[in-house]
Design a protein around this ligand. Sequence first.
Ligand SMILES: [Mn+2]
Length: 336
Amino acid sequence: MQTNEKELVQNLLSTPKKIAIIPHRNPDGDALGSTLGLYHVLKQLNHEVKVISPNDFPDFIAWLPGSETVEIFEKNKEKTTQFLESCELIFTLDFNALHRTGDLMAETLSKLSAPFIMIDHHQMPDDYALVTISDVNFGSTCELLYNFLSNLELNHLINKDAATCIYTGIVTDSGSFKFKKTTGNTHRVVADLIDLGVDNPMVHAELFSTNSYSRLQLLGRALENLKVLPEHKTAYTTLTQKELYEFNFQKGDSEGIVNYGLSIKGIDFAAIFIENKDEGIIKISFRSEGNFDVNEFARKHFNGGGHINAAGGKSLVSLSETVNQFVSILAEENKQ
Ligand SMILES: [Mn+2]
C-alpha cells in the first residue's frame, strides 16, 4: 500500500461510519472469511458495519463467527439496498469487478456515491474503487487483508473471532497450505493467527469433516466417471444433472471433487464438468499443479478465469460436446 493510500484509508476509518463489506456471489471460505474478519475488526472502531452477501453462503462456512449477522441481498433486496444507499464507505473483498455480485446488485453498487475500497488477489482489477489493494501474489484475500490491517497498524484489533475468519480463508484458498502461493508470509500470518487463539483443529474439522452420506456417494460416482489422459497429464470427470438428483445434490456438494484427479501420480491438470439444466450451462472447474495456467486456459476456451492453479468456466453446449471440445483442445494445444 502506498503512503497516500494508507493516509486515505486511515482518514476514512478515523471517525465512526456506516460501512458495508461485500463478498462475491457464491461466497467461498476466503470471501466470507475476509469479509467477516474485517467486520470483527471494524466493529471495534465503533463503525456501524454490515456484511452484505449477494446470495446465501454454503453450510461448510456457516459456522464462521459473525455469520449470523450477514445479510443476503437476494433475500432482502429492499432492506439491503437501503442500507447500501446510506453507507459512507464500501469494502469489496475477494473480487475485482462489480458484476461478480450478480447483475442487480452490481447495478445497485455502481450507483452508490460512497467511496469503495477493494481488497483482492485476482487478475486485472476493474477501476471502481477509490483505493485498490490488489495483489495476485497473495494466495488469499484473507492473507492480503491481514497485511492490510498490519500496514494500518490495526492488527492489534484482530481478536479470536477475526483471526478464525481470516485463518479459514487462508486454509480454503491455499488448499490447506499446499498451493503454489503458500509462502513464508502465509505461514507467519497463520502462526500469528494461531497465537491469537484460533482453534485450528476445530476449523479443519468444520471445513473438511462434515460430509453427508449422499455427498460421499456423489463423490463415488464422480470418481467412477473419472477419465485419465496420461499423454496430456490430464484427468477429468463429469456429473450429469440426473446424477446430482440421484444423490440429493446440495449446494457445495461438488466442491473439491475436481482435486481428486490431480492427486493421481503424473497428472498436473484436472477438470470437472457439471451439467446444470436449470441454467442451461455446463459448469466447469479447472485445477492444476505447477506451471500449467488454468486461468489462461479457462479464459481462452471456456468463458471463465481465475488463478494460475484454480479457475472456473462454463459451456453452453451439451455435456458430451463440452467434453469432446475439451479433449480436442488438449490435443490441438499439445498439452503435455
Ligand atoms: Mn480468494
